[in-house]
Write a protein that binds this ligand. Sequence first.
Ligand SMILES: Nc1nc2c(ncn2[C@@H]2O[C@H](COP(=O)(O)OP(=O)(O)OP(=O)(O)O)[C@@H](O)[C@H]2O)c(=O)[nH]1
Ligand SMILES: [Mg+2]
Length: 226
Amino acid sequence: RANTSSNLKETSHRSCTSSLDTSIQTRIFKIIVIGDSNVGKTCLTFRFTGGSFPDKTEATIGVDFREKAVEIEGETIKVQVWDTAGQERFRKSMVEHYYRNVHAVVFVYDVTKMASFRNLQTWIEECNGHRVSASVPRVLVGNKCDLVDQIQVPSNMALKFADSHNMLLFETSAKDPKESQNVDSIFMSLACRLKAQKSLLYRDVEREDGRVRLTQGTETKTNCPC
Ligand SMILES: Nc1nc2c(ncn2[C@@H]2O[C@H](COP(=O)(O)OP(=O)(O)OP(=O)(O)O)[C@@H](O)[C@H]2O)c(=O)[nH]1
Ligand SMILES: [Mg+2]
């Protein structure tokens, strides 16, 4: 009997420890999505995290968080997408929070609206003004490619801009279901890059309540398949 009870104790202790380990070690990558109002930031984040195109959206106020757990080389990583407001009046009180401890930045423009492409410069300046380190990966997304007869921003112009800012360019559509893999690859390629970055130690991973999840530094593998 004594044996049984001690076995039980040991088993419950072990399962408790392992669930604690798992929760402590789950890394969260904070990715912010930035760009003019109406370019499709909410639809893109919805497509990635929920898998579908929303029937109806309203202008984002402040920020909406969406999370998706992804598995990369056997490690489960939480991609936390911060869908930000494009309208100045809905974002001004939040801007500091957007850039705080950010791991990657997605800049979005609308391929059917040249002004949204021209404004990228302002968004990049805002990002730079918030001391976002040069090691934080940034990508450029031209959205609404399904509207083929309304395209105003030619691919070569966007590619040149992306190159000059050391960013990858993704041209995609949150609406067209055939493009959904392409939308996923925006976030997955960033998650792969972040996982591979040696400098992204566990101590960099902070929860939204400001508590650090794990203070010990651990180097990650660099042989990411992406
Ligand atoms: N045709 C087409 N329409 C899209 C696409 N993505 C978004 N839209 C439409 O564009 C409009 C704006 O989309 P949102 O995702 O709300 O835009 P947003 O960038 O989040 O705007 P803010 O929250 O104000 O910053 C909506 O009417 C969407 O249905 C797309 O890929 N193709
Ligand atoms: Mg929005």
